[in-house]
Write a protein that binds this ligand. Sequence first.
Ligand code: UFG
Length: 313
Amino acid sequence: MRLLVSGGAGYIGSVVTGHLLEAGHRVTVLDDLSTGHRDAVPSGAEFVQAGIDQAGDVLSADFDGVLHFAAKSLVGESVTNPALYWQNNVEGSRALLEAMRAADVRRLVFSSTAATYGEPDEVPITEDAPTRPTSPYGSSKLAVDLMIGDYAAAYGLQAASLRYFNVAGAWNGLTERHTTETHLIPIALQVAAGRRDRLTLYGEDYPTPDGTCVRDYIHVADLAEAHVLAIAAARDGHVVYNLGNGSGFSVRQVIDCVAEVTGHEVPVVSGPRRPGDPATLVAAGDRIRSELGWAPRRPELRTMVADAWAGSR
Ligand code: UFG
């Protein structure tokens, strides 16, 4: 297929682009490089430097589908600057959907998030769980999920929203390298590498076995394989799939794993809870397993940490 990947110069978008190329697809990456890196775009892909609002200039009836990653994704920033998130994530996605309509491109895979659920009533979280986002980032992603559902019903989209849990690891040298790093594993690796003095533990009084938050980590290459399946399987309507491993690790367990894999200590200091952090987020992933035949091939936390460590060297 000929595919457009918005945000293909970012961490997840670039790894997915690499997998799409390996699967034999032709890929055009659209990215404004506001947070992405030109050198992350796999060499087999065509690259267009432009914002998501320019998608109409690139899309034509020659395209078979779109994988949409371009978005702002910092939870804390979204709280202080929600306008940026509604503009970029929601308006940007609407512009993309309009460009798809105009060019009659129907297949869509959207990069959604567990942040659409907010604090869950029950864990593991199914796709039918209530959606009560606790940040404008989560709200903006949920708004796009709803918009895609409406567009699919009225205009014949064949769409899937993949709700990622905590993406980790690296693939083919493509790794997380955010200017503002907020994610646990890359920060812990920076401490292990001596590039930061210590890691602040955001809360140790959560109702979890060791008091720190529990998250469901998924290897970025497993995540990418799910996208390759989802774009191929696209069918009329809109379907939501959770994308996680279904098992949880606490912040303490992640830090211990980083120390073990790297052979370096990771000094920590206790800090207050980070606003908007749910205690436990673990995916129920039955739907994507049964409908798309997806299964994670790298479910071990150790593999994700080791790959991220190798990718950051
Ligand atoms: N954490 C720390 N110290 C740090 C960084 C993180 O203790 O320096 C903790 C966090 O409080 C959290 C856990 O490590 O309990 C994981 O934090 P991350 O920032 O790595 O990931 P999140 O679970 O906050 O974020 C993920 C996705 C987001 C999504 C969010 C939904 O990366 O895109 O889940 O809650 F919005």
